[in-house]
Design a protein around this ligand. Structure first.
Ligand code: ZN
Length: 119
C-alpha cells in the first residue's frame, strides 16, 4: 500500500477519530497522524497492523513508549477493551479503573485538558 492508502484505511478503521483519546478529525479540523504502536526504534514494523490513527497530542505523548510487561504494557485501542480499564467523565477527562488503565492515562498524558471543539 502506498502512504495515502494506508492513511485512508486507518481513517476508516478508526472512524475518523484518534484511537487513543477519541478526538475526531472534526474536532481538530484536519487529518490526524499515524502512530506506530510498537515504535520503529523498538523493532516495530512499518506495516498497517502496527499503526494507530492518532491525534498529534497522543502521538507526541506516547513517544517511543513500548512495553511487553503485562503490568506496564500500553492498551491497544483495537485489541483491548478500553472501557474496561478507564472511563471518561462528563468534562472529558479520563480516569483509570485498572493498573493498565493507569499506565495508559500516564503514558498518553490523558490528564491533560480535553480537546474542546472550537466551533
Ligand atoms: Zn488522541
Amino acid at each position: 500500500m502506498i502512504r495515502s492508502e494506508k492513511t485512508e484505511y486507518l481513517r476508516t478503521l478508526y472512524n475518523f477519530s484518534c484511537g487513543y483519546c477519541g478526538v475526531t478529525e472534526a474536532d481538530t479540523g484536519g487529518y490526524l497522524t499515524r502512530d506506530h504502536f510498537k515504535p520503529l526504534t523498538k523493532g516495530g514494523r512499518n506495516s498497517i497492523d502496527n499503526m494507530v490513527y492518532s491525534c498529534a497530542h497522543c502521538n507526541q505523548s506516547k513517544g517511543d513508549y513500548f512495553s511487553d510487561d503485562h503490568q506496564e504494557r500500553l492498551l491497544h485501542p483495537l485489541h483491548d477493551n478500553l472501557a474496561e480499564h478507564l472511563h471518561r467523565d462528563e468534562d472529558g477527562f479520563y480516569h483509570p479503573s485498572s493498573t493498565l488503565g493507569a499506565v495508559y492515562v500516564r503514558v498518553m498524558n490523558l490528564s491533560r485538558t480535553p480537546y474542546k471543539c472550537s466551533t
